[in-house]
Design a protein around this ligand. Sequence first.
Ligand code: GNR
Ligand code: NI
Length: 170
Amino acid sequence: MAQLNVLIAPDPRLKIVAKPVSSVDDSVRKIMDDMLETMYAEDGAGLAATQVGIDKRIIVMDVVWDEGSKRAPFKMANPEILWCSEETSIHNEGCLSVPGQRGEVERPSKIKVRYLDEKNTLIERDADGMLAVCIQHEIDHLNGKLYIDYFSPLKQQIILRKLKKYKSYA
Ligand code: GNR
Ligand code: NI
């Protein structure tokens, strides 16, 4: 396994729309494992291939954060939201590509998602809570979108300016 470098906004590669994988083979499984290793190393709850400069529709997540609970990693290729609830909820989101910042985003509370798992099996499942938030956040990355894109241009400018400062200290 290998740890990968996470791109920081406003890197133009974060705006690339990722391409579907044709199937989940050994090379895709290796990317999933390297992404999970990177995500755990950076203390993230999820990671999209776009964030590590890989132009493929692959995301990984682990949203179980209780002390002592087992890791529950999700690996998904070509994730698609089939349905989302009209009911929304607001969550304070963070992003490894926008380090040190957080912001509130309103999204559908419940979703139905279809994806290929690490065995190349097509799975459909419902998600709510933090898992639903994370899946939507990661699919946004695959579409070249960051959570701060939901904010006003002024608010985005403030965050990107703070990020520049943060970068010069990092
Ligand atoms: O680590 C992360 N935490 C998080 C918190 C609230 C909503 C979404 C996330 S995902 C983020 C990791 C990341 O940047 N994934 O793309
Ligand atoms: Ni993110």
